[in-house]
Write a protein that binds this ligand. Structure first.
Ligand SMILES: [Zn+2]
Length: 257
């Protein structure tokens, strides 16, 4: 019997999720949730990596974030294509781990790997397939399981990012260093010079999204439906403070608010 996970994040390549939402994953663990990372592919070949190196780096990154479980679905890298077999494989793991929430690396990245968009399609379809009855033999004889919540984490280079609806930002000010350490774990992808550029980029991108909500650093997410609310007051506070304008040290308020 596999232990259930609260949150599972899924992306094509080891290092995608670290860059997209490593701060949030580390924070969820700190908050007491059981978190898993499912990599769809090995991420190899790459110019400077190898299968063995990438596996070791992914494990170091897992430890940096404190995430409890990391598995590789072992789908074909570089030629990842949405299709029934791919969906069966991922849905089988959803049935095993029964997450309450699946975070889906999402969007089209026309200037980067096409695996990203295909992965997005596979994750959405697998979430639907996971609940299907009378097909257990296609899912290694696991039982149907419905994943209650799907959350998108958009690729920064997504071609359609302005179309994301129901966006929200998670405050990762207290886990940004863990996030950077998890990215630095991929030495085969980011040598010292490259990592400095990535560090600058991550701090800028997460600084921008955090700043919009009054956090030092934040990670952007989106929902496939409107944000539901029972208490408007709590919703707009994001669980923090009063209705007064967001305050940053030395500023009256943020110009973009
Ligand atoms: Zn990638």
């Amino acid at each position: 019997m596999t232990d259930r996970l609260d949150v599972v994040a899924v992306a094509p390549h080891p290092d995608d999720l670290e860059i997209l939402c490593g701060g949030t994953l580390a924070k969820l663990v700190k908050q007491g949730y059981k978190v898993g990372i499912f990599d769809l592919c090995s991420g190899e070949p790459t110019p400077r990596g190898s299968l063995e190196t990438r596996q070791k780096e992914a494990e170091v990154a897992r430890q940096a974030l404190g995430v409890q479980v990391r598995i590789n679905i072992d789908l074909p890298n570089r030629v990842l294509m949405d299709g029934p077999e791919m969906r069966y494989r991922l849905a089988t793991e959803f049935r095993r781990y029964q997450p309450s929430t699946v975070i889906c690396a999402a969007g089209r990245t026309p200037a980067a790997s096409p695996d990203h968009h295909q992965g997005h399609l596979i994750i959405e379809a697998s979430r639907f397939y996971s609940q299907l009855t009378k097909w257990d033999e296609r899912f290694d004889n696991t039982s149907p399981y419905r994943v209650p919540h799907l959350v998108y984490v958009p690729f920064p280079s997504d071609a359609e990012q302005r179309q994301w609806q129901s966006t929200f930002v998670v405050d990762v000010s207290d886990t940004i260093e863990q996030k950077l350490a998890s990215i630095q774990a991929y030495e085969s992808q980011f040598d010292a010079a490259r990592f400095e550029k990535v560090r600058h980029y991550v701090r800028s991108y997460n600084g921008y999204h955090g700043g919009r909500c009054g956090f030092l650093f934040g990670e952007l997410f989106a929902l496939p439906h409107p944000v539901g609310a029972d208490d408007l007051h709590k919703l707009v506070h994001g669980g923090k403070g009063s209705l007064a304008p967001v305050q940053l040290p030395g500023k009256d308020h943020l110009p973009m608010n």
